[in-house]
Design a protein around this ligand. Structure first.
Ligand code: SAM
Length: 445
């Protein structure tokens, strides 16, 4: 715990993120449904539904993965592309939106890894699916507060975001557009700017477009929105679930089973014992890209999401107005998500990099010193802000809320866990590596 004291919790003691004073932490989040809110219009014929019906009538039923991809990220009508769905007025809320402490502890995690691997002269912070930019904003505040630790390090920020609307909100959150943004829609880096604290920041649509180099990667509630293929075990073997137009009502969709084997079956493990599985090839591609980059140039990836370790079956669901929503109704008006299979992510990284976790959010944040940070902030706050901090803590840590449902998972170069990350002369013995923050209790030497 000494590291966290030294690094951040004292140095960052006084700054409380600005929130509107009477804001009450809402008690709903995407892993489960709690509250009533914006009601989806049942059987509403949305532009997306019309588009999908034409498509299916023209070319036949589509996989669940194709359905998710179209509904969420279709460049013209996708759910994520033109709206702000986060927060009380939206469809769901995430940890960084609930409490500033979440992002601060993640900022400390990256600095701790940077220090443990020899304080590289430069690093890139790359966030996948940054939402409103709140998480990167909280991390950057920690970087600023720890300016003395990072003073000789050249930092740049790289955001991977498909949503035009959200990228504009991120730019406003992170740069306040003090320096005018450079926009170039045709280029891989479609927007460039400078953060409030003077750090260069760029936006991309794909991870592959982010420059290679020593980087820390962050993905919070990103992998769960990637498209999944769904399979059902039948007496004839695995059969993929498809989406078709209901023959009884031409403006309704329904699930059907493929009559024969489909290509995505290769993603199912040969010793699979479940009778229903979800596989996410896109997650595999991204993990392989992250692993190759980390193995080649160093750094680490921190992935936080709700998920399981290869045990769950049918987790595909929709959210609208903070309520569970039928995935086939009014497509384009609700978020679609599926739990992340961390066992699959681990398999995709194997051989190239080491992985840690998944461990419960409650354990990770406790190991990162959330209790100390809460006390420091609460002691400096007035009563309404104190109540808000306590409610936020409860949402993040309570096992019945986000504490046990969300998990942390990390990718690290092999030498980070097995020693040898610093240059040694021939007569030195191999240094034993320092523990990785969050994944065990810290005893800093
Ligand atoms: C559930 S939100 C999470 C937002 C943020 N990380 C948070 O925790 O508040 C998912 C984010 O991923 C983005 N996104 C969805 N699909 C994407 C894709 N294929 N590539 C890049 N970003 C994507 C969305 O626009 C959004 O910013």
């Amino acid at each position: 715990m000494a590291l966290l004291h030294t690094l951040g919790l004292r140095a960052a003691a006084c700054e409380v993120r600005h929130e509107s004073p009477c804001k009450v932490i809402p008690c709903f989040w995407r892993g489960k449904y709690f509250s009533s809110g914006r009601e989806p219009a049942e059987n509403q014929v949305t532009p997306m539904l019309r588009h999908l019906v034409y498509k299916i009538k023209a070319t036949g039923p589509i996989t669940v993965a194709e359905y998710m991809k179209e509904v969420l990220t279709n460049p013209a009508k996708g759910y994520y592309v033109y709206r702000d769905m986060l927060g009380e007025k939206g469809d769901f809320i995430t940890s960084p939106e609930i409490s500033q402490i979440f992002g601060e502890l993640l900022g400390i995690w990256f600095i701790s890894e940077w220090m443990a691997t020899g304080k590289n002269a430069a690093f890139q912070l790359v966030e996948l699916g940054p939402g409103r930019g709140t998480l990167s904003g909280d991390i950057l505040r920690v970087f600023s507060q720890l300016g003395s630790v990072l003073k000789n390090c050249d930092i740049s920020i790289h955001l991977v975001e498909v949503s035009e609307k959200l990228s504009e909100i991120q730019a406003l959150t992170l740069t306040e557009e003090k320096v005018p943004l450079e926009r170039n829609p045709g280029s891989p880096a479609y927007m460039k700017g400078v953060t409030k604290s003077g750090i260069p920041i760029s936006w991309y649509r794909h991870l592959q477009d982010v420059p290679k180099g020593y980087s820390f990667y962050l993905a919070h509630e990103f992998f769960d929105v990637l498209p999944v293929h769904k399979f059902q075990k039948t007496p004839q073997g695995w059969r993929e679930v498809f989406i078709d137009v209901d023959p009884q009502a031409s403006d309704k969709l329904r699930f059907v089973l493929a009559p024969c084997v489909t290509p995505a079956e290769v993603f199912i493990q040969s010793d699979e014992t479940r009778d229903h599985v979800e596989v996410c090839p896109e997650a595999g591609v991204i993990i392989q890209e992250l692993s190759q980059r980390i193995a080649l140039t160093g750094g680490a990836a921190l992935i936080a999401d709700y998920g399981h370790d290869g045990t769950k079956t049918d987790t595909f669901r929709g959210f609208c107005g903070h309520k569970l929503h039928d995935v086939l109704i009014a497509p384009g008006t609700a978020d679609l998500t599926a739990d992340v299979d961390f066992s699959y992510l681990r398999r995709m990284a194997e051989g190239k990099v080491a992985s840690l976790g998944p461990i419960k959010q409650q354990t990770f944040l406790k190991n990162m010193g959330i209790d100390v940070r809460l006390k420091v902030l609460a002691d400096k706050s007035d009563e309404p802000s104190r109540q808000q901090l306590l409610q936020g803590y409860d949402m993040l840590m309570n096992p019945k809320k986000m504490g046990e449902r969300f998990h942390f998972f990390a990718l690290l170069p092999h030498q980070r866990l097995h020693g040898g990350s610093h240059p040694m002369n021939a007569c030195q013995s191999k240094p034993s590596p320092s523990p990785v923050a969050g994944f065990g209790e810290l005893a800093w030497r």
